[in-house]
Write a protein that binds this ligand. Structure first.
Ligand code: GLU
Length: 300
């Protein structure tokens, strides 16, 4: 592995990551997130990690992880260090859960999905709630006790954001009724354990950020900065996703793939003839828009 570049003087070291779920190969939309996250890491002379988010085993498609790795390599999106897989990290999640439980931030919930109204969880099983219909029912899932009040943060693409998690989402599930760890918990634990400083991903996850910040705070983990890139919509105006059968990315013409993802990020096509030439140009353009800027020591 090449030695990492030295951090930019006056700036904290940067650690980014791409965290695909292996529920299918990458599609045009996932490449946009991968490209933005890669460029942001390189523009900050940071490390770029690859984490396979295979915790939701029922949704895992055999062989999809191998295809994703090949697609990234073919396009020249080379990651740093070992690939991490969530299915090999259960002890970390167990520990985090125990910690939240010991702090009184978690409670067992007996509600079935079909019993619940759409919208925020009404707190039926909250400790001390008077609306629990039958206290004897067995626990199915485990919920995180949301903090009251408005969570505010800045998204590097979209600017100031706020969400009242308790009012808009309610206490949310961190361990599912099928026994699996929920995405919200594992993503926070992994980003913390891997020292991720910057999360760059698709805008569909913007709505999860406030929940993830509450979990990070409860676990005493630093909060990564966030940047959410626009989603690619299909002809019917829906997000391209594996669930709605977005076609797998055809990487037989790497430059065309990269230019299309670049254009989706709102940039003009780059006047380059090879993928090799694409990277330095793209990193420079990205750095101009989202780069670290002058560090405190470099400022006049
Ligand atoms: N695994 C998630 C996905 O593929 C991404 C999680 C994240 O970037 O926080 O949509």
């Amino acid at each position: 592995m090449p030695a990492p570049l030295p951090a930019i003087p006056g700036h904290a070291p940067y650690v980014g990551r791409f965290a695909p779920s292996p529920s299918g190969p990458l599609h045009a939309g996932s490449l946009v997130a991968a490209l933005a996250s890669y460029l942001d890491a390189r523009a900050h002379r940071g490390r770029w990690l690859l984490r396979i988010e295979d915790i939701d085993e029922p949704r895992t498609v055999t062989g999809a992880d191998r295809i994703i790795l090949q697609q990234l390599e073919t396009l020249g999106l080379h990651w740093d260090g070992e690939t991490v897989r969530q299915t090999q990290r259960h002890p970390l999640y167990t520990q985090a859960f125990a910690r939240l439980r010991a702090a009184g931030r978690v409670y067992g919930c007996a509600c079935m999905r079909r019993e619940l109204p759409s919208g925020p969880y009404p707190g039926t099983c909250r400790p001390g709630a008077r609306i629990r219909p039958d206290a004897q029912r067995p626990t199915r899932s485990w919920r995180f006790l949301a903090e009251p009040g408005v969570e505010t943060f800045t998204d590097r693409w979209r600017g100031p954001q706020s969400q009242d998690v308790a009012a808009e989402v309610g206490d949310f599930i961190i361990r599912r009724a099928d026994g699996l760890w929920a995405y919200q918990l594992v993503v926070v634990v992994d980003d913390g354990a891997q020292g991720v400083t910057d999360v760059v991903r698709g805008a569909d996850l913007l709505d999860s950020t406030a929940r993830q910040r509450q979990l990070a705070r409860a676990l005493d983990l630093p909060m990564p900065r966030v940047l959410h890139v626009p989603l690619i919509l299909n002809a019917t105006g829906h997000k391209l996703s594996k669930q709605n059968h977005a076609p797998a990315l055809d990487v037989s013409r790497p430059l065309a793939c990269l230019q299309a993802a670049w254009k989706a990020l709102g940039f003009e096509p780059l006047p380059v003839a090879t993928p090799h030439a694409f990277w330095p140009e793209a990193i420079t353009c990205w750095a101009r828009r989202f780069g670290p800027g002058p560090g405190p020591k470099d400022r006049a």
